[in-house]
Design a protein around this ligand. Structure first.
Ligand code: MG
Length: 288
């Protein structure tokens, strides 16, 4: 009576074959270049295509053929002394060295002062040479120390999305102004949910998610611009629909604007320092 060894499971045979191939590749023939590590064998992607289509896309629920997200190396956080590193796919706008990504708002080269890894307003506002639409933005700033002045005249600057919508920079540490004009506000439209500012001289960080307004072919507004803002890691604006480009002393309203625009920084005449400025253009969900 003969007995057969139990047949190894199929996946075992596949693994054994792959191991043998990898071993041959690693051993080589002696006269070739040094052995290299075998490329990893792609594993099948689990998923389903018998499921409904997701609206506005060509992809099914759990579709395994949908493009894999691009791999990004995360950045590192800043400390009080040292700026962190941006994610690997960021557009670096200021890394402490020069203003090569910027123009003065007057069309001339920017006159901001670069020193000790920071830039400080001088000679008017600046904006990026490149235009952007939907973006994630990271900006670090430090208001003058000791703090001088009050209200809007204390550590005032601003971050302008698409050159149109100001997220206010202000020294709101122990000093009051109208709430829709303080630090963390969307100027003239939306006060911050809370006030998480740090004292003058300390480094603070804005992390902003901006969705540009959409206009139809008739140039009428289809959807407004949206802002989500974290100040020092605290959510201060949660997907707020904007009324239009920010404006002083009036009700904002939309006119047709181009789909993209520069990122701007305001010169309000105050020595607010900036460092570690970068952004990441964003892709709408239906395009992923
Ligand atoms: Mg301002």
């Amino acid at each position: 009576m003969t007995s057969k060894s139990p047949r190894p499971p199929r996946h075992f045979a596949v693994v054994a074959r792959r191991a043998a191939c990898a071993a041959l590749f690693l051993v080589g023939t002696g006269n070739q270049a040094p052995a290299q590590t075998a490329a990893p064998v792609p594993t099948p992607i689990e998923g389903r295509r018998d499921t409904p289509l997701l609206p506005g896309t060509q992809w099914h629920v759990h579709d395994p053929e949908r493009p894999q997200p691009v791999v990004v190396t995360p950045g590192t956080p800043s400390t009080s002394d040292t700026p962190g590193h941006p994610p690997s796919d960021a557009v670096v706008l200021f890394d402490g060295h020069d203003l090569s990504a910027w123009s003065g708002d007057d069309g001339h080269p920017p006159k901001w002062k670069v020193a000790d890894g920071t830039m400080t307003p001088s000679g008017g506002g600046i904006h990026t040479l490149q235009d952007f639409g939907d973006v994630q933005v990271h900006v670090e700033f430090s208001t003058p120390t000791p703090g001088v002045g009050h209200g809007q005249e204390r550590g005032n600057s601003g971050v302008f999305l698409q050159g149109l919508y100001e997220v206010q920079v202000l020294d709101s540490y122990g000093d009051r102004t109208y709430p829709d004009g303080q630090a963390g506000a969307i100027y003239g439209q939306s006060p911050p949910q809370v006030n998480p500012v740090r004292p003058p001289g300390e480094w603070q960080a804005y992390d902003i998610v901006f969705t540009a307004a959409r206009f139809g072919e008739d140039k009428a507004l289809n959807t407004p611009a949206y802002l989500t803002v974290f100040l020092n890691g605290v959510l201060v604006q949660n997907h707020v629909a904007l009324l239009g480009p920010t404006i002083n002393g009036a009700l904002a309203k939309y006119g047709f604007t181009t789909p993209t625009g520069p990122l701007g920084l305001q010169d309000h005449g105050h020595a607010v320092r900036f460092r570690n400025v970068w952004l990441r253009p964003l892709t709408p969900p239906a395009a992923r």
